[in-house]
Design a protein around this ligand. Structure first.
Ligand SMILES: Nc1ncnc2c1ncn2[C@@H]1O[C@H](COP(=O)(O)OP(=O)(O)O)[C@@H](O)[C@H]1O
Ligand SMILES: O=C(CO)[C@@H](O)[C@H](O)COP(=O)(O)O
Length: 465
């Protein structure tokens, strides 16, 4: 049996799966936590990656490996390849003002959507570079290369052999704000506009390109493990879930994302849709919220319960929570672009001031933000698939169809980002035109009646944030 490994270095943790390259059968897995916070030294990702690989039984019998990771994070390297400062993550909103400046300086939202596929908000790497230039000019000056979490981890796995060895892929490059998904080229002018000079950026590999081999000095028992290009976590999830034309995926992880595959690039000047590329040579229009699974974590903490009890409580609460509405902008928000917003609770009365109503309002509020994302995406889904840690919640599964007003499908709980990375590694071995087809179980279907007035009440409450 030929084995491949897939890695998901996401916001909260690192997960590793080892799968049979031919059938996709899961052989073993491991995970390790990441530190909290919106700026993290990349060494923590490396430590967690090594721990998760060890927990997954090592790489000795693995033929190829691929890294999927959280998108957008700014990793600045000096000319010797040393990390200059903690990476600013996708959910760090300090560059919100820098984003506004850049949008204005380059001619407005349509100009950005045309040039880079997306209108940059604080999440995008390009805005973090502008923040660096303004607030830490010495660090900006020393920045000889800039790369993303998956680029850096792949480079480290290959032995960090000089800045010229840095690689990336179309999917992750499309989240920088200085790479054009439609042209397939970097925009050095945008990079310079943000940072003041043009640092080295990773070479963009073809979807079945090879990033190198795992360094045998780091993993002495793992001789010549081939490294696939890797990609951003959402692009990896698309591969992992086997995204088909017409499908829409809702991923409830630290971020909430709503995405579909497309044969054409998107250029949304409203800024709601990020016009990403995918990991197969196509495109991945995506709407992202900053507040997803951790809204459930926070609501559970307020109520002094765990996420399982929160789910039970939410299912005891009446649909619509008798008018109690939670706007869950706990980390500010990205879509809509309200980086300074805070969360709020509306419609509180004596009659709905119960833990069950509060739990229900938290689940419904989080889902309303994602349902707005589906509306913004403008796709009528043939299948609406829910994945990510938050989709493990029974309340989320059962309440989602009543918020989205359509049936919801939930594939068997799993690590779809790591699975997608593993599938990319198997693709590298196969060298075929399309990724290998792996079997998958039937998703579970959930249906529920829409709740009258729920979305409208949420829209009204969210408008005040
Ligand atoms: N059964 C569950 N119910 C609700 N939330 C859950 C459940 N299982 C995991 N989660 C939440 O999912 C989140 C992690 O999801 P994950 O998709 O791994 O995130 P990320 O990839 O962003 O690190 C955590 O906030 C965790 O609390
Ligand atoms: O910023 C985005 C997408 O544009 C996020 O989806 C990040 O890629 C983080 O993902 P998770 O850690 O939530 O999976």
């Amino acid at each position: 049996m030929t084995l491949v490994a897939g890695i998901d270095s996401s916001t909260q943790s690192c997960k590793v799966v080892v799968r049979d390259a031919e059938t996709g059968a899961l052989v073993r897995e491991g995970r390790a936590p990441h530190p909290p916070g919106t700026e993290v030294h990349p060494d923590h990702w490396w430590t967690a990656l090594r721990q998760a690989i060890d927990e997954a039984g090592g790489l000795a019998d693995v033929a190829a490996l691929s890294v999927g990771a959280q998108q957008h994070g700014m990793v600045c390297l000096d000319e010797d390849g040393a990390v200059i400062r903690d990476a600013l993550l996708w959910n760090d909103t300090r560059s919100a003002r820098a984003a506004e400046e850049l949008v204005a300086e380059f001619g407005g939202p349509q100009a950005w959507a045309d040039a880079a596929g997306s209108v940059p908000v604080a999440s995008f790497t390009v805005t973090k570079l502008r923040w660096l230039a303004e607030h830490e000019p010495e660090n900006a000056r020393r920045t000889a290369a800039v790369c993303l979490p998956h680029d850096w981890l792949t480079w480290r796995l290959a032995g960090a052999k000089g800045l010229g060895a840095l690689t990336t892929d179309r999917g992750d490059a499309s989240g920088t704000g200085y790479w054009s998904p439609s042209a397939g080229t970097y925009r050095a002018d945008l990079l310079k506009l943000a940072l003041g000079h043009t640092p080295l950026v990773p070479r963009v590999l073809e979807p079945v390109g090879q990033a190198g081999v795992v360094d045998s000095g780091l993993f002495p028992d793992a001789a010549s493990v081939r490294l696939a290009p890797g990609t951003g976590d959402n692009m990896a999830a698309a591969l992992g879930v086997g995204l088909r034309p017409g499908d829409v995926v809702v991923s409830i992880g630290t971020s909430g994302t709503v995405f579909a595959c497309s044969g054409t690039s998107s250029h949304d000047a409203s800024g709601a849709i990020a016009g990403f590329a995918d990991a197969t040579g196509r495109f991945l229009p995506l709407v992202c919220t900053l507040n997803a699974a951790r809204v459930l974590d926070a609501a559970a903490a307020v109520l002094g319960v765990g996420v399982a009890e929160l789910s039970d409580l939410a299912l005891q609460g009446p649909p619509g929570a008798d008018g109690l509405v939670m706007v869950p902008y706990l980390e500010g928000e990205r879509t809509p672009n309200k980086p300074d917003a805070t969360g709020s609770v509306h419609g509180l009365r004596l009659s709905n001031a119960t833990p069950a109503h509060f739990a229900r309002a938290a689940v419904e509020g989080m889902l309303c933000g994602l349902a707005d994302g589906l509306d913004a995406l403008g796709v009528e889904p043939s299948r609406l698939l829910f994945i990510g840690g938050g989709a493990r919640s029974e309340a989320v599964r059962r309440i989602a169809p009543s918020v989205f007003g359509r049936p919801v499908l939930v594939p068997e709980p799993g690590e779809y980002v790591a699975d997608g990375a593993a599938r990319q590694a198997a693709w590298l071995l196969a060298g075929t035109a399309e990724p290998p087809v792996w079997g998958s179980g039937e998703p579970e279907a959930y249906e529920a009646d829409p709740v009258p007035g729920l979305r409208a009440r949420y829209t009204e409450a969210a408008a005040t944030a």
